[in-house]
Every structure is written in C-alpha cells, then in structure tokens.
Design a protein around this ligand. Sequence first.
Ligand code: IMP
Ligand code: MG
Length: 180
Amino acid sequence: MEERIFGKPMITQEEMRRRIQELGLRIAQDYKDKDLLMVGVLKGAFLFFADLARAIPLPLRVDFLVVSSYGNKKKSAGAVKVISDLSQDVKGQDVLIVEDIIDSGLTLTFLRKKFMARKPNSLRFCTLLDKPERRQTDVTVDYVGFTIPNRYVVGYGLDYENKYRNLPYIAVLDSIYEET
Ligand code: IMP
Ligand code: MG
C-alpha cells in the first residue's frame, strides 16, 4: 500500500497505530478504577485524541480546549492563551490532558498550573510527540508516543501555517518543500 501523499513519513501510519494501541492499553490499566476525563488540546491533538480515545476500553468522558498556537511561525511566542475553555467542571475527576507535541514545555507548564487550580482528583499528560532538545522548562510527561529529534514536523494534526494537519502520518516539514 502506498501511504505517501506528500513528504516522506518520519513516523508511518502503521507505527502510529501500533504505538497508540499500546498507550491506550497502558492508560486503561492505570485508570481502570478511576474517573477518567480526557481533555484534548486543539487543534493539534484532534486526530491523536480520536485514535487514542478509541484505544482505551473504559467508559471515559471527553472534553476539549483550544489554546493559542505559534501563529504563522515555527517558534514559540512564549505566552499561551486559552481561546476556548472546557464545558465542564474537572473537580474530583482524573484528568488526562492530551497534546500533539511537547516542545519548549511552556504550554504544558501553563496548563498544569491552570488545571491544578481547578482541583481535579489527579492530573496527567499524554503527548503523541516529544522534542526534549528544545525544552525551556522542567516538565514531566506521563505518556509519550514518540521522542523525536529537533525538527519541525507536520501531519496527523500538527500544522505549519494551519496546513498539513490532514496528512495521515508525521513528516518533517523540510521534506515536503524539497519535493515541490
Ligand atoms: P510548547 O509550548 O513549546 O511545548 O509548544 C507546544 C505547541 O507548539 C504544540 O502544541 C504545537 O502546536 C506547537 N509545535 C511545537 N513544535 C511543533 C512542530 O514541530 N510542528 C508543529 N507544531 C509544533
Ligand atoms: Mg498545539
């Protein structure tokens, strides 16, 4: 099967499918006696979130929030802003925040502080990708799909100038421009 659309896959659909199944089962094990509320960070996490939720065999709840992203640039603006918040109270629930990628760590640090103030029973983070080389703050991520080198990647929810989110695999942005 030819899965290549544009850009060379850095992580293929099959690799992603397998890893998400593993993560889902691990999360299900960890949360089997808890009250899991999965919180997706939009827009970047939308595909990962949908696949991960289906890989967790538990009667979980879902909710979403939209945070400001890098805009049109490839560098973090530093300040994170919530554009649209959750539709429910998280107090007493076991919250799992689902992110597309942890880069500088600023978004995660911001979200941790914001969510802790709302007194959940527990708070954990899950990310599809982790780029530890670019970290600016000390963060702990509880579930990581793939650790990747310091390259700007797109696809599977991740964008460049709000494009390429629909690519069904992860590709290095430069590899797309090399071809066109
Ligand atoms: P952080 O706050 O620097 O950790 O950045 C997190 C956000 O930056 C992610 O949720 C993405 O939206 C964006 N981001 C960071 N690196 C990349 C990348 O390689 N491709 C696409 N988006 C990225
Ligand atoms: Mg994002």
